[in-house]
Design a protein around this ligand. Structure first.
Ligand code: M6R
Length: 589
């Protein structure tokens, strides 16, 4: 949440920071700003709205050191005043995170005569650093950090000091090394094409970045050594390459994301298998789409591994009072690896002696540093706020994990069939005709997705995706629950979409379809079962998927509902890549 880019080097800082912010816009797009230092003097340009609004300023901001920010508003509405950077006296800062004690600090600082121009918690940081500053920016940032409660990735500059000081606590900060200058960013894609190596700061670290050097310190100003890794994000993987939106580009990348995830699993299989084999109870967790993948994973672990498994939203799990016996394994599913609730749930379980397995697309993220094992989701950078390829790759990772432990003869068959998941997704995308259904969605007052078993988990994901990118209300329901309340909503203005891919439950779901048709609702059936399609042909909008085993059915079904959400958004003229009010990595509570 909130993208941060700092640069110190030989090029125009404003231009480099602007390009970096464009790459990080998925982290928030309420306002943007850049501060650049030239001959010890700092100039700030900031505007409400998207990063592009800064383009005219970039031409005139001169200097080789600077910091920039693209904001997802937490404290204070999107406005020019609340946009970062914030300045107090000689100090200018950008911040990602939440300062929980900002109101208290603000009133103390106000009583001392400091004036605040914004409603943000972040401005307090600038004021505090300025208060502590006595000629050493690093010391002032360390003194400020001691006063802060909450989370921060912050960059500070001080008039007259030709350097950037960074501080990190519970929000990501990455240093980029070896390019034409040094970088400090919140997220790896901002480094793509800029530098070959990166170094990830740990909580409590501080860093000093100049054009010629980068140094990391602890809170006593002792130097700290952090490992250096190659930058994996490639420039060509984060540009549109002719696609109109990242959502559709990334959807078409799902087959390769799944295929890479399956190959990567082989490298970690041994360690993961050992942890899972010994597990007496498996808890899966995540937020949003990742939670929906966890729900599918729960079915895999229960049915394929015969293990006791549960799935819970990370935001709920972290405040539960869990009774953890020995042998509990937490499987934390998260694309970014930085989602605050998921990371905190993992920390809680770790502190209670559970084993933690992270299933993540980001190998240097916070979750990986807490976990006993990491299962790579090798989807590559996902720029669209709505998750697409990462969801399919998460399902592939979870199914691989279950199959590594499952011992029934069916597992061997499933392992072979799983290898065809990428081609099933491709076939779905190539053959599906979703346009009429997208028109129906676009015309509907509400869209309800329903299914049973694994299809219910898919129904939740379908509903989230459609809401997120098209702003059409609705929900995901177990088809069994329809007559216990939701049926009251059904009329000619609502659309019910039934996912039916499990042969054993198909006749039950078909009853719910009949009940909905009899109440005059618009109905669609998305199915890989030929006889179900035939049953409703002419009475409902039937979308036919390639046939597959029910454990593998999520691959085709996910592609279909993601495509549906995309087409509906486009039909309604929405921008699916940057839905209103959202950001991709939710690093705050
Ligand atoms: O990075 P994570 O997977 O932890 O993110 C979790 C959710 O915020 C995320 O899946 C969100 O629901 C997506 N925007 C859905 O498309």
């Amino acid at each position: 949440m909130c993208g941060i880019v700092g640069y110190a080097g030989g090029d125009s800082a404003a231009k480099i920071i602007y390009d970096g912010l464009l790459k990080l816009e998925y982290r928030g797009y309420d306002s943007a700003g850049i501060a650049v230092m030239e001959q010890g003097k700092i100039t700030v340009a900031k505007r409400v709205g998207r990063v592009q609004k800064l383009a005219p300023s970039v031409q005139i901001l001169e200097g080789n050191i600077g910091i920039g920010h693209t904001r997802w508003a937490t404290h204070g509405k999107p406005s020019d005043e609340n946009a970062h950077p914030h300045t107090s006296g000689k100090i200018t800062v950008v911040h990602n995170g939440i300062i929980e004690n900002y109101a208290e600090l603000k009133s103390e600082l106000s009583a001392e005569g400091r004036i605040f121009l914004s409603e943000t918690d972040s401005e307090v940081i600038a004021a505090l650093i300025d208060k502590f500053y006595d000629g050493d920016l690093l010391k002032a940032v360390i003194d400020c950090a001691r006063m802060l409660k909450g989370s921060y990735a912050l960059l500070a500059m001080c008039e007259g000091e030709e350097r950037i000081v960074a501080a990190k606590y519970r929000s990501p900060v990455i240093l980029g090394l070896g390019g034409n200058g040094n970088f400090v960013v919140s997220d790896e894609p901002a480094l793509a094409g800029n530098c070959p190596e990166l170094c990830v700061l740990e909580d409590g670290d501080f860093a000093v970045i100049t054009p010629l050097s980068v140094a990391v310190y602890d809170s006593m100003k002792n130097p700290v050594i952090r490992a250096v890794y190659p930058v994996a994000a490639k420039e060509q993987s984060i540009v549109l390459r002719g696609y109109p939106h990242y959502m559709i580009k990334e959807l078409w990348e799902s087959p390769s994301a799944v295929s890479r995830t399956l190959s990567e699993f082989a490298k970690v299989q041994y360690g993961v298998e050992k942890l899972l084999k010994d597990a007496k109870k498996i808890i899966l967790t995540g937020c949003g789409t990742a939670y929906h993948a966890a729900l599918v994973g729960k079915r895999y672990f229960c049915e394929i591994c015969k293990k006791s498994a549960e799935a819970e939203y990370a935001g709920e799990l972290r405040y539960d009072m869990p009774v953890i016996g020995c042998g509990t394994v937490l499987v934390a599913v998260t694309q970014s690896g930085e989602t605050a609730d998921t990371v905190e749930a993992a920390r809680l379980y770790k502190s209670l002696n559970a084993k933690v397995i992270a299933v993540t697309n980001c190998p240097h993220s916070a979750i990986t540093r807490i976990s006993d094992a990491v299962v790579p989701v090798a989807a590559g950078p996902e720029i669209c706020v709505a998750a697409t390829k990462s969801y399919s790759a998460q399902i592939a990772a979870l199914l691989s994990m279950a199959l590594a432990v499952g011992r029934s003869p069916e597992c061997e068959v499933l392992k072979r069939e799983l290898l065809s998941a990428p081609s099933t997704i491709l076939k779905t995308l190539e053959e599906i005709d979703i346009y009429a259904l997208a028109e129906m969605c676009a015309r509907s007052r509400g869209v309800y997705f329903m299914g049973r078993g694994i299809d219910y988990a898919l129904a939740l994901e379908a509903s989230l995706k459609l809401k997120e990118v098209s702003y059409i209300a609705g929900s995901g329901y177990p088809a069994s629950e329809l007559k216990h309340g939701a049926l009251a909503l059904i009329d000619g203005g609502t659309l019910s979409v039934f996912l039916i891919n499990d042969e054993a439950l198909a006749s039950k779901s078909a009853n719910a379809v009949e009940q909905t048709i009899s109440r005059g609702g618009m109905v669609s059936v998305i199915t890989s079962l030929r006889e179900v399609g035939e049953q409703f042909s002419g009475r409902a909008e039937v979308i036919t998927l390639p046939s597959s085993n029910r454990y593998l059915s999520p691959f085709a079904a996910a592609a279909a509902v993601q495509f549906l959400a995309y087409r509906t958004a486009v039909t309604l003229g929405r921008n699916p890549d940057k839905p209103r009010n959202l950001a991709k990595s939710v690093t705050v509570e």
